[in-house]
Design a protein around this ligand. Structure first.
Ligand code: NAD
Length: 343
């Protein structure tokens, strides 16, 4: 066994089990004429390979053979530890080893998602429209994050952003298409500009976030699109916004069929009201700054849970949809709304 791997098994029992699995993999490799890592590739959907397996795959894709051998070995050691010798289990975080992109991650829901992903083990690249807010967000999230300026409505921006992510990290495992804008536009007063902007960011922007990522994501890769309860219950004046959010829900019903066989999963996460700066700003503009706390309370009281959501709660749900815990869930719209749109 390769002693240079940091994950060398610690006990004789673990060493023996690891050696047994590795020699089986080598025999399968000799029989099929395919490299060990390719043989392992067939197992990547199995949860026991966890992030070690996924990383091995990604390293193989980038051609770093020695690292990938090592990662493959790490995956086997983890599997043995988890299944054969409970006393040697190491707690691994749900998103450990994963690289994630969160669009519109400089504030609000996206920032909460990025923070949660880092807490759950991922390295995160946040994207947004301006460098200043991105720098501030990266300082808040910490060293496992970095920022890239990219407008989701511009395909070339998004392609360049993904190339930069691969240059920085070597692989991409999870995408959260979060960037979105609200629009109060009652029927009778909707302008062409409002339509183009609302559907541009919320629908076209999702397409241009998802499409270029497909070729980069490995089997087991995930996409989470941030929708809204407005997809099924758009309030008065929010028809444009609700229409765009309903559109992304419809997109993925078709897209999961288009990518059949890729091993990539895709889901919509639809928040109810979430306590963000932008929500408070919008309430402040509509009702005056002094009325904001009462307005937030009133919004919460209308919810079965009696409160509105927190960005970190969107982060926890997005992490679930991006982790192995949801390995058989694809194409759903998961409402994370405290019950708001469910009654
Ligand atoms: N806050 C809520 O109550 C709530 C409820 C339901 C759904 N959502 C959804 O959550 C997502 C985030 O909303 P939020 O409340 O955090 O808003 P926010 O305004 O705080 O954050 C959105 C971020 O996206 C960025 N952004 C806007 N246009 C962009 C573009 N073209 N390219 C790249 N980045 C862009 C903004 O600069 C901002 O940083 C949106 O999709 C929104 O529809 C929010």
């Amino acid at each position: 066994m390769r002693s240079k791997c940091a994950s060398s098994p610690s006990s004789a029992k673990t060493r023996a089990a690891t050696a047994r699995i590795f020699s089986r993999l080598r025999r399968a490799s000799a029989r099929s004429g395919r490299p060990v890592l390719e043989v392992m590739g067939g197992l990547f959907h199995r949860r026991e390979l966890l992030s070690g397996g996924a990383s091995a795959y990604s390293h193989r894709r980038t051609g770093d053979a020695s690292t990938s051998e090592c990662r493959a070995h790490t995956a086997v050691v983890r599997m043995v530890r988890a299944h054969s010798h409970p006393e040697e289990r190491t707690m691994s975080l749900p998103l450990e080893g994963k690289v994630a992109v969160v669009t519109g991650g400089a504030s609000g829901v996206g920032l909460g998602i990025a923070q949660e992903f880092v807490d759950q083990g991922a390295r995160v690249v946040i994207t947004d429209l301006q460098q200043g807010p991105l720098d501030q967000a990266v300082a808040t999230i910490g060293p496992k994050s970095s920022g890239i300026v990219a407008d989701v409505t511009r395909l070339a921006n998004m392609e360049a952003m993904y190339q930069e992510v691969i240059a920085r990290h070597g692989h991409l495992d999870a995408v959260v298409a979060n960037a979105g804008i609200g629009a109060h536009a009652p029927l009778g007063a909707i302008t062409e500009e409002q339509f183009d902007r609302t559907f541009g960011v919320n629908a076209k922007g999702v397409l241009f976030t998802v499409q270029p990522a497909i070729a980069l994501l490995p089997p087991g890769g995930t996409i989470v699109i941030i929708g809204s309860t407005a997809s099924i219950q758009p309030p008065a004046g929010m028809g444009l916004y609700g229409g765009a959010k309903a559109a992304v829900r419809a997109f993925i019903r078709s897209w999961i069929q288009d990518i059949k066989g890729s091993g990539i999963r895709m889901n919509v996460l639809s928040p109810g009201a979430v306590d963000t700066e932008s929500l408070r700003r919008a309430l402040g503009m509509a009702q005056g700054a002094d009325a904001v706390p009462a307005a937030i309370r009133t919004m919460g009281e209308g919810n079965p849970t009696g409160r509105i959501g927190d960005p970190r709660e969107m982060g926890k749900a997005a992490a679930f949809l991006s982790s192995d815990a949801s390995s058989f869930i694809t194409g759903v719209e998961l409402f994370v709304d405290g019950g708001m749109a469910q009654v």
